[in-house]
Design a protein around this ligand. Structure first.
Ligand code: MG
Ligand code: MG
Length: 595
């Protein structure tokens, strides 16, 4: 189906918005009147710009307070309409959006509303245009889609139809099934937006919290299925008002927006991109660093051994059990210090995984390899993390591993046997996109979002996992741009005995994050522990949590650059220690050099 986006959904000047929409692959745009008013371009120039960019102008919007108002108001409304229709003709837009009236003098009179809309449609017809009437969820007398449709039906004019907006319908809890009673050719336009499920004033909710389909809590796909059953064949158009997107760069937002429509079309069965190939494990985590020494010291103290070196690049493989960490000191190392740059995902079909990612607009990365290296498919996640799809087969050397030459090392007593989870800090305006990306591109399942108190803000966190939880990625973001040495990424390592692992780490010179005594006093009041156990936790800085499935004991290393490690002992427990995260964040803030 054709895809479209309202210019109001993107940041920047009208020209920037149009360019971003076109680059992201949209077929058309809805031009928001304010964007036109603020543009130095004439309507003809905007039309030409759109044509050059391969965009149709699918809608001009909005027109307000037209219907069911006093006669003198209506006369003024028609005068405005005439001007707008002139502009639309110059712009090459054929449909105008009319929102249900919020005028204080508007009356509750459907016959008058229909009469006014019929006159407006008569005028539109003279210009060769169409009017799409939409019920605002907060319309003064018309606030539901079925009410708007009854008025359109009563007006009975070929140039008058209705516009359905998923936000207005779903935010009111209306049953979208009734959409099927509207003839498809009378649905002149379909606007789509999702939103988190919030209990708040619907106008504020709409103006600030709309998001792209699949990012919120509405069943947008379910609504679209009803619309498609009517025979509607207009565009799927995104109309999203969101404080964050208004500030974010238009280019990436447009790509995320278009991805949401591709996924939506797959969900409702009108598009079939390559099927998701769900990763089956974490092959490796890759750290980049300008200086291998501090990271190597921590890895060594954690019991890792440097087991292999890349044949052609300054990349070391550190391994312990099934936990594999690459330390990359090549020129690609970030200027901003040590960080988690890439994840190797075990994939039953790396090529298929990359094809899926590409179809859903993930940038495919040039293969970083020497001619003799194994070809490795990789794409970039929205936060820039490189995701490598690795063909790892049981009892066989995985493709990427063949590029490494073993080096002599002393095998220690492993205290760690795998990667429990990876925690990626998202740029503050890309959290919802990140979740949608990991869900749709990688086929992972997103768990509930949790809010975690941080001494200097609020952290949102959401885990994405595969079915057997052999891949767990925790995505998090602060409420505002913040010091990312605190909101660092982390690699959580699986251990069967966190006390022994922590002791060994300390004995080897490693530094654990100290946890305040108050935490343990409270823990003692909440749970009963065998004699001496709590004292051990207190001494080592081990945190404790429990859920319906089991127990969790974990501790943290101090941060190196932008990354720290967690030792995690999971005994049936399914969470990530969110209960303890505020204490951890406060301890990390406290341990930071004074500014
Ligand atoms: Mg709308
Ligand atoms: Mg963690």
């Amino acid at each position: 189906m054709r895809t479209s986006i309202a210019t109001v959904s993107l940041s920047g000047s009208l020209t920037e918005k149009l360019t971003a929409a076109s680059r992201a692959g949209f077929d058309g745009v809805e031009i928001f009147e304010n964007d036109l008013l603020a543009s130095p371009l004439t309507p003809e120039e905007i039309r030409a710009r759109c044509a050059d960019l391969g965009l149709s102008v699918d809608l001009y919007q909005p027109m307000r307070d037209i219907e069911a108002v006093p006669a003198d108001e209506f006369a003024r409304g028609l005068r405005r309409a005439r001007h707008k229709f002139e502009v639309m003709r110059r712009l090459g837009a054929d449909t105008v959006l009319v929102c249900s009236s919020v005028h204080p003098l508007a009356v509750d009179d459907d016959a008058l509303a229909a009469y006014h809309l019929r006159q407006l449609a008569d005028l539109a017809q003279e210009f060769g245009l169409r009017v799409a009437y939409e019920a605002l969820a907060w319309g003064r007398h018309v606030s539901t889609y079925d009410h708007a449709w009854r008025i359109v039906e009563a007006a009975d004019h070929p140039a008058l139809g209705t516009c359905l907006d998923s936000f207005h319908i779903l935010s009111r809890g209306s049953d979208p099934k009734g959409i099927e009673d509207i003839p498809g050719e009378k649905i002149f336009f379909l606007q789509l937006a999702d939103a988190p499920l919030l209990a708040m004033d619907v106008l504020q909710w709409s103006r600030h919290y709309r998001c792209f389909p699949g990012q919120g809590g509405f069943d947008v796909a379910g609504l679209v299925r009803h619309v498609l059953r009517t025979g509607y064949d207009g565009p799927l158009s995104l109309e999203v008002f969101n404080d964050v997107f208004r500030q974010a760069e238009a280019g990436p937002t447009a790509v995320d927006a278009h991805r949401s429509l591709l996924v939506l079309q797959e969900t409702v069965g009108v598009a079939t991109p390559p099927a998701p190939v769900v990763p089956t494990g974490i092959a490796f985590a890759e750290l980049v660093t300008p200086d291998a020494e501090p990271v190597s010291a921590v890895l060594g103290a954690l019991g890792f051994a440097r087991t292999a070196r890349h044949r052609s690049k300054p990349v070391d493989l550190w391994q312990q059990g099934e936990a594999r960490i690459l330390v990359n000191t090549s020129g690609a190392a970030r200027r901003d210090g040590t960080g988690l740059a890439a994840i190797g995902l075990e994939s039953p079909d790396p090529t298929g995984a990359a094809r899926r990612a590409e179809a859903l607009l993930a940038p495919v990365l040039p293969r970083r390899r020497a001619p003799e290296d194994a070809p490795l498919d990789a794409v970039a996640a929205p936060d820039g993390t490189e995701l490598f799809f690795c063909a790892t087969q049981r009892n066989e050397l995985p493709n990427w591993r063949a590029d490494f030459t073993d080096v002599a090392h002393r095998a220690g007593t492993p205290g760690v046997h795998g990667i429990d989870h990876l925690a990626l800090t998202q740029p503050w305006h890309h959290f919802d996109e990140a979740t949608l990306f990991h869900r749709s591109v990688l086929g992972l399942h997103a768990q509930e979002s949790v809010d975690v108190a941080d001494p200097y803000g609020l952290m949102r966190s959401r885990a994405v996992t595969n079915a057997d939880e052999s891949v767990r990625i925790a995505l998090s973001v602060g409420a505002a741009p913040t010091d990312d040495t605190v909101h660092a990424q982390h690699i959580a390592l699986t251990t069967d005995d966190v006390v022994a692992a922590a002791r060994r780490f300390r004995a080897a010179g490693g530094r654990l994050l100290p946890i305040p005594a108050n935490y343990y006093d409270d823990l003692a009041a909440r749970y009963e522990f065998p004699d001496g156990e709590l004292e051990t936790y207190r001494e080592l800085g081990i945190l404790y949590d429990r859920d319906a499935h089991g127990e969790f004991r974990h501790c943290y290393t101090v941060t190196v650059g932008r990354v720290f490690f967690e030792l995690a002992q999971r005994d049936g427990y399914r969470g990530y220690g969110a209960q303890n995260a505020p204490v951890r964040l406060a301890a990390q803030h406290a341990g930071r050099p004074v500014r």
